[in-house]
Design a protein around this ligand. Structure first.
Ligand SMILES: Cc1cc2nc3c(=O)[nH]c(=O)nc-3n(C[C@H](O)[C@H](O)[C@H](O)COP(=O)(O)O)c2cc1C
Length: 194
């Protein structure tokens, strides 16, 4: 779908968003990672214990909100009552008033992954109010890896081992959240240089 390209999503990269759902008149928001492998279907893996998972399974509809402000991610976990919502037009849910863009979604598939449920969904309606700066962990992790690497020569053996483990873990997450990316290549080089 053109909207996902317009938003700047890349195939199989995981973007951190805020999912809004509603049930019995109560609105809920929570940060969740989403991805697409075909620019049509959007997937998310949601822990079964979350309110979000229960609401999506019950209603079959939800909203994906794109925001850059990390404070909003914090609020959507710890300070939900401070969030402001607006009624979505085409699904029985709400979107965040301060969202840069949002997608109104309908569930098309569910897969049991043990402690999580994989939800696949299609776009029913969308609105881009301002092109969002998409939040993906790989860029931050690549920067963190560079910082860790640059400290390796200056620290004790024990601290060096800790930093190397950190870079390896960063690389693992980057491979998952931004496959085929320049960030993946960069951190792979750091691991090869050691
Ligand atoms: C940036 C970010 C991304 C997250 N991604 C996911 C995710 O993909 N799946 C998930 O189940 N939880 C994820 N979480 C954790 C949930 O947001 C957290 O468990 C939340 O409290 C669930 O709220 P709820 O019970 O109101 O749905 C993420 C948290 C953050 C901060």
């Amino acid at each position: 779908m053109e909207i996902l390209r317009e938003l700047g999503l890349r195939k199989n990269w995981v973007y951190e968003t805020i999912i809004t759902t509603s049930r019995d008149g109560r609105v809920n928001a929570a940060p969740m990672g989403i991805w697409t492998d075909d620019f049509e279907i959007i997937s998310l893996d949601v822990y079964k214990t979350t309110v979000t998972c229960g609401n999506i399974l019950q209603k079959g509809e939800f909203v994906i909100n794109f925001l850059t402000d990390i404070e909003m991610f914090y609020k959507s976990i710890f300070n939900k009552s401070k969030l402001e919502f607006e009624k979505a037009g085409n699904v029985d849910s709400f979107y965040l008033k301060s969202a840069d863009a949002f997608l109104e979604m309908r569930v098309v598939g569910i897969k049991d992954l043990g402690d999580r449920t994989r939800i696949t969904s299609k776009i029913i309606n969308s609105e881009i109010r301002k092109k969002p700066r998409l939040v993906n962990r790989a860029e931050y992790l690549a920067l963190e890896s560079l910082i860790a690497y640059s400290k390796l020569l200056s620290v004790s053996k024990r601290d060096g081992e800790f930093l190397e483990e950190k870079i390896k873990e960063n690389y693992r997450v980057i491979c998952k959240s931004a496959p085929e990316s320049e960030f993946q290549k960069l951190v792979r080089k750091l691991l090869e240089f050691r």
